[in-house]
Structure formats: C-alpha cells, structure tokens
Design a protein around this ligand. Structure first.
Ligand code: CTP
Length: 399
C-alpha cells in the first residue's frame, strides 16, 4: 500500500509519543521506508531503540551524531522524505513551527523539508483550547501543512476533553489517502489473468504448462500499488497475492477462466491476459482413471475459446493487453496477434535468453502498441517488467 514511500516521522515530547511505535510498525508493514526524528524530551517517553528497531533505521535526535563531530544532515533528511509527519506535535513544538524557531534537529528538518507535512497535536485540553495554541494551529495550516485533529477523551492529566493525539490507525489512513490521491491508476478496475490452466484428462491427470504465474502476480501487485482495484484470475500456482486491493479468483481450466473473465469484463477498464491459457482441451474427460492398455493411447483434443480474441471483439472502452510467447518470427507473430485480437498492447516474451521465461524470476520482453511503436527491454526481474508495463499503460490512459 505504501511501497517505496519515504516517511519522516518527527516525534516531540508528549506521552502520546508511545503511540509512534505502533504507527511506525503500520508504516513499515505497508511497505514504507521510515526514518524517525525525536526531540530530546520525546526520548523520555519512548525509547529511540524501540523506534530504530521498528523503523529499521537509526533514530536521530541530535545535530552532532558522535564525538568525531559527524553531523545529521537535516537538509538531506528533508529532501529525502515524500511526507513528513510530526506526531505527537506538542504545544511547544507547534509554537516553534508557527514562529520559525529552530532550536533542535526536528525543527531544522521541518524548516528545510520540501515535502508535504502533517502535524498531529497532542496536549492537555486547556493547553489545546488556549488562544495561543489555536492561533499557532491556524498559522501552521496557513503554511500549507495538514492538520490532524486531536480526539476527545480521557487525557494523561485525568481530565476529559480534546487533546488526545489521533490514533495510529487514523494517522495511517490519512497517510494512505494522501499517497493514493496522486496514484496514476486510482479508480481503475483492472482484470488480470495469471498462471497456467489445467485441462483434465481424467480425475488424476491433466494437460498443463510450465507457467508459474509470477509475471501476472507481479503485474497485479505493481498495478495495485499504483492505485487500481485488481481482479486477479489465477490458474493453479503456489503464489500469494499480498496487496489488499487484489481480489483473487482461482480457476483451474481454460473454460473456467473464460467464464470468470467474461463475467468481469464489462466492469473493467483494463484487461491484462498474462495467463498461459491452454489452446486445446480433451474432447472427453473420463470420470474414472484411464487404465493402461495398448502401446499407444489416442487423446482427442478440441480448441478452447480464445478468451482474448473474444474480448477484442466485444471491447468498447477497455484497454486490452495480451502476451505472446514465440519461438520463431517473434516480432511478426506478436504484431499479427496484436491486430488480429484487436489489442492495445502486446508483450512479447522471448525464450532466447536462458534466464527468461515461465518459471524464472526474470523476463525479457518487447512491448508493441497498435500505433506500431516497439520498445525492447533488457532481461530484468519480473517485478521490473511489471513497472515497464505500468508506464506503457499510464501513457495509454493519458493519451
Ligand atoms: N489466450 C487466450 N485464450 C486462449 C489462448 C490464449 O486468451 N485460449 C491469450 C493469452 O493469455 C495471451 C494471448 O492470448 O495473452 C496469446 O496467446 P498464445 O497462446 O501465445 O497465442 P495464440 O493466439 O493462442 O496462438 P499460438 O498458440 O498459435 O501462438
């Protein structure tokens, strides 16, 4: 959900600082990179070691790191972050932010940060209600920083009122919403097929292929990270889809994949057929295990429905992306499929490189679009191929 996002968490001195351990954990679990800054007084409420362990990064609280005079570069930290969150933001830190005071590392970083800043105040209710604090909040909002309102409830003082820092889950949700606002595939519904299909010969045997599903799963993960809602129709594989925006539907045969894909097609904006769908299936599936008989066994096969061709005939607004696996005349065959199946893009897999292909972690692809352009890529991990495909899709959507 937050893969690759860089979050700078600035913790100031308030009892709510202990909640930052849970917040850091939520960010890291969601894939974000987290660096923590603490004011001197924050370190009395929660241990830097706890936050360093949870964030997997050193925690900074001093300008000077060690006796050798090495210093913490606040400008670099401010440039590094995609988002800075000051939570808890004590009345003191808030006042200093409002007035450009710079007497600790957190404030120096705040003043030099180029990224958006959230601040989540935490203090006792009378401090919160004081006109000085309210003015400071308005002032900091006026700088363009986003205010995360404190909740009402029992406070550390025993008093009841507004001043409790927003819960880690609330800050986390606001962070996810902030990042998803700018995601290139936000609100897009994308249907992706992955893996092989198994065509049953009898209850124990099937015709299948070596597809691992890794390419399709990598695409599903990359597109979900870009904000899309994914329906992943998967043939038999041992893979797991992790992203919460991926709705996985397991199928076994080409006929089942056909049925599921067609039932989701009208509702989709984009379809990616990366599955290795069987082209032929047995005419009859024996209900009993076939016994060994003569020297030869004849199996009669019939064509499966070409799902992608059918989608190509029925498409109106949808963007269709197909895959081609060729062993000779690669380019000619791939482009022929692109036009014959009425696709917008086709990804040609090359089997010429020994490390590329069905089961491995890498792929070497060439992407053709219907305007005739061709992009040749190096052999690279399937996760990176998925990113290349994402860039092509974004271009098509913005065309
Ligand atoms: N495909 C499909 N339904 C099928 C077979 C394939 O939707 N029954 C899709 C695959 O998911 C892939 C594309 O069609 O995106 C190309 O598949 P491929 O098997 O390489 O091509 P075919 O058109 O089947 O032609 P051939 O096997 O002769 O190369």
């Amino acid at each position: 959900m937050l893969e690759g996002k860089k979050i700078l968490l600035g913790i100031s001195g308030s009892i709510a600082a202990y909640k930052c351990a849970a917040l850091t954990r939520l960010f890291v679990k969601a894939g974000a990179e987290v660096k923590v800054l603490m004011t001197e007084s924050a370190t009395a409420f929660v241990s830097p070691l706890t936050l360093a362990t949870l964030s997997k990064n050193p925690v900074h609280s001093q300008f000077i790191k060690n006796e050798q005079g090495e210093w913490t570069n606040h400008v670099e930290l401010g440039l590094w972050a995609d988002l800075m969150i000051i939570a808890p933001c004590s009345a003191n830190t808030l006042a200093k932010m409002a007035h450009g005071i710079c007497d600790n590392l957190l404030l120096a970083t705040y003043l030099s940060a180029k990224c958006p800043v959230f601040f989540a105040p935490a203090m006792d209710l009378d401090m919160y209600l004081h006109q000085g604090t309210q003015n400071n909040i308005q002032k900091v909002i006026g700088f363009g920083n986003a205010f995360i309102e404190p909740n009402s409830g029992e406070l550390a003082s025993g008093l009841v009122g507004q001043g409790r820092m927003a819960e880690p889950e609330e800050i986390f949700e606001k962070t996810v919403a902030f990042f998803s606002k700018n995601l290139p595939l936000k609100d897009k519904k994308i249907l992706i097929t992955a893996g092989p299909t198994y065509e049953a010969i009898d209850p124990v045997r099937f015709i299948g292929n070596h597809s691992s599903g890794k390419m399709g799963f990598a695409i599903a993960e990359a597109f979900a990270n870009a904000g899309a809602q994914i329906t992943l129709v998967s043939g038999p594989t041992h893979l797991t889809a992790l992203h919460p925006s991926i709705n996985r539907i397991n199928i076994t045969s080409a006929a089942q994949m056909h049925q599921v894909v067609m039932s989701h097609f009208k509702d989709s904006d984009v379809v990616v057929m990366s599955a290795a769908v069987a082209d032929y299936t047995p005419v009859h599936t024996s209900s009993e295990k076939i016994k060994k008989q003569g020297i030869e066994l004849q199996l009669s096969l019939q064509k499966t429905t070409d799902i992608l061709s059918e989608l190509g005939q029925q498409k109106d607004k949808q963007i269709l992306i197909g895959f081609a696996l060729e062993t000779e005349n690669e380019q000619a065959h791939a482009t022929e499929k692109l036009y014959k199946k009425n696709l917008d893009l086709i990804v040609l897999n090359s089997l010429r490189d020994k490390d590329a292909g069905f089961a491995g972690e890498k792929n070497k692809v060439t992407i053709f679009d219907k305007s005739g352009s061709k992009t040749v890529y190096e052999l690279k991990p399937k996760t990176e191929v998925a990113q290349d495909l994402l860039q092509h899709l974004i271009k098509l959507l913005n065309a």
